[in-house]
Write a protein that binds this ligand. Structure first.
Ligand code: C5P
Length: 212
């Protein structure tokens, strides 16, 4: 039987790194569901299509190939913004959630990270984590990442952006970002990724015990 781990939280809270680490540790398949929204948005942008036509966006969403998703080609800020705009559309969400659920059933186990995994995509996940950090810490992490990569960045612009994205993700009517009732909260504001991983591992090991 497949074991699914659901990891949700706002942008730049550390869920990507944590999810990859967990998937590697347990030999599970990993899906960063944000990439499915980004790939849909990029396809629209590339084709010069509008971001506010739900039928067109749904068609693009249905064509997304989970196997070909690559964060390095989807990481642009403009793509993230466009992704959070089309993510408010129920038809787009339905199409992508269907594909994500299919992925979640892979053997021997899966780790899915996003905004609505524990609440909507995999409500029966064996372990649910809600990874968060203060907006200041998340903006600083984004800033450090860009600077470390040789780019230049404006902390205040990034901070405003983080807050705007949170408002959109938490305020939408369909599948807003919020912790599932049975999610374990991990605040990484003052916790290293290693400490977060250890906390997650304890929970997952306990879930695995009950499956045996
Ligand atoms: O996580 P990432 O920044 O790549 O996600 C881009 C956008 O896709 C988010 O801001 C959010 O609006 C949307 N998203 C979502 N549900 C998910 C994953 C991402 O609505 N499960």
């Amino acid at each position: 039987m497949t074991l699914t781990i659901a990891i949700d939280g706002p942008a730049a809270a550390g869920k990507g790194t944590l999810s990859r680490r967990i998937a590697e540790e347990y030999g599970f398949h990993h899906l960063d569901t944000g990439l499915t929204y980004r790939a849909t948005a990029k396809a629209l942008l590339d084709a010069g299509l509008p971001l506010d036509d739900e039928a067109v966006a749904e068609k693009m969403a249905r064509e997304v190939e989970l196997a070909g998703l690559d964060r390095s080609v989807l990481s642009a800020h403009q793509i993230g913004e466009a992704a959070s705009k089309i993510a408010v559309m129920p038809a787009v969400r339905r199409a992508l959630v269907e594909a994500q659920r299919g992925f979640s059933r892979k053997e021997p186990g899966t780790v899915l990270d996003g905004r609505d995994i524990g609440t909507v995509v995999c409500p029966d996940a064996a372990v649910k984590l809600y990874v968060t950090a203060s907006p200041e810490v998340r903006a600083k992490r984004r800033y450090d990442e860009i600077v470390a990569g040789g780019g230049s960045a404006d902390y205040h612009a990034i901070f405003e952006d983080v807050k705007k994205r949170d408002e959109r993700d938490m305020g939408r009517a369909d599948s807003p970002l919020r912790p599932a009732a049975d999610a374990h909260l991990l605040d990484t504001s003052e916790m290293s990724i290693e400490a977060a991983f250890q906390a997650a591992k304890t929970l997952i090991d306990a879930a695995l015990q009950t499956k045996i």
